[in-house]
Design a protein around this ligand. Structure first.
Ligand SMILES: Cc1cc2nc3c(=O)[nH]c(=O)nc-3n(C[C@H](O)[C@H](O)[C@H](O)COP(=O)(O)O)c2cc1C
Length: 307
């Protein structure tokens, strides 16, 4: 038995940013099996080898450790739903996505950024997982941004980058700081708002936001962009980021509101209210899409499966 705290170790492992893949094979009777995996690694060019680690907990574990062929599809931005289906759906996973068979008859996910068709090379048991090495027999690849995953959340880097590209005018930067089951909010004259600051220089914005949080006595680490919008008159640009943290020093302007009570609060603007209610929803499903648009029109990137 290891003396390490497994929960803490899982979190530490989860800090490593990865892409997301779907690993597929067929049982002896031809039934397709598949699971979401971020343990994918490219191993060797000559011979062409890759690696994935199926866990012993998988219902398809034995199929993957004994199969002669398997395939890996690298998911594109926007394919979060597919990752969610192959991470938990108990219904027929393949009835919920569009696939095509590769040269070995193994399903490949349509519109994946890359697809690798493999012959099993070797499989080494490693603790509660196995390391399954595949020799790549064929592959496809198209230039598109891949879906990202870190700390239990999907992210879409190119969409975030595009949304945060330069705009003129004043920018409000805010952090939706989750502290356990509550969120830390700032009291303003017109109602509650995420902890925020205003700045002209977008390059210095995140540094300024971190300094603001520190000055408010909040210890937080900033995560992905969550909502990026211009106000209706287009004079102010708002960027809100997800964050986790705690109130390290008391501050009368900062209040911890349980996420379940967000809908009962008065917010400084209708746009902030809409955003915070979406956050309450997303916090339940742990799938956080990125909104961008203006205060009235816009869309959430990353359609999410509400399990
Ligand atoms: C982003 C992500 C990455 C995952 N990576 C792996 C992995 O590398 N190996 C693994 O065995 N399970 C991984 N899982 C969990 C499996 O996808 C999940 O346990 C599996 O689909 C359950 O299948 P089953 O119901 O057939 O047992 C991952 C899940 C997610 C959401």
């Amino acid at each position: 038995m290891s003396a390490l705290d497994p929960r803490a170790l899982r979190h530490a492992f989860g800090a490593y940013m990865t892409g997301v893949t779907i690993v597929t094979a067929r049982r002896n009777d031809g039934t397709p099996v598949g699971f979401t995996a971020n343990s994918f690694t490219s191993v060797s060019l000559d011979p062409p080898l890759l690696l994935v680690c199926p866990g012993q907990f998988l219902s398809s574990y034995q199929t993957f450790t004994t199969c002669t062929h398997f395939a890996v599809s690298v998911l594109a931005e926007g394919q979060e739903d597919i990752a969610t289906v192959f991470a938990g759906s108990k219904a027929d996973r393949f009835a919920q996505v569009i696939c095509s068979d590769d040269l070995h008859g193994v399903p490949l996910i349509r519109d994946a950024v890359a697809q690798f068709s493999c012959t099993s090379h070797s499989c080494v048991e490693a603790g509660d997982h196995s390391m399954l090495l595949g020799r790549v027999e064929a592959f496809t690849h198209h230039e598109a941004p891949g879906l990202g995953y870190v700390s239990g959340r999907f992210f879409s880097l190119s969409t975030e980058r595009a949304a945060l590209d330069h705009v003129d005018g004043l920018t409000i930067a805010g952090a939706i700081v989750q502290d356990g089951d509550a969120v830390l909010l700032q009291r303003t004259a017109t109602g509650l708002a995420p902890l925020h600051c205003a700045h002209q220089d977008r390059g210095a914005l995140l540094t300024h936001l971190r300094d603001t949080l520190n000055a408010m006595g909040v210890q937080a680490s900033l995560g992905q962009a969550y909502s990026v919008f211009d106000d209706a008159k287009g004079r102010k640009h708002h960027s809100y980021f997800l964050a986790t943290g705690t109130q390290a020093r008391p501050n009368a302007d900062v209040v911890a509101v349980p996420i379940g009570e967000l809908s009962a609060q008065t917010f400084a603007s209708p746009a902030l209210r809409t955003m915070m209610l979406r956050f309450a929803d997303d916090a339940r499903s742990r799938h956080f899409g990125l909104y961008f648009g203006d205060t009235e029109h816009g869309g959430v990137h990353a359609p999410t499966d509400r399990r």
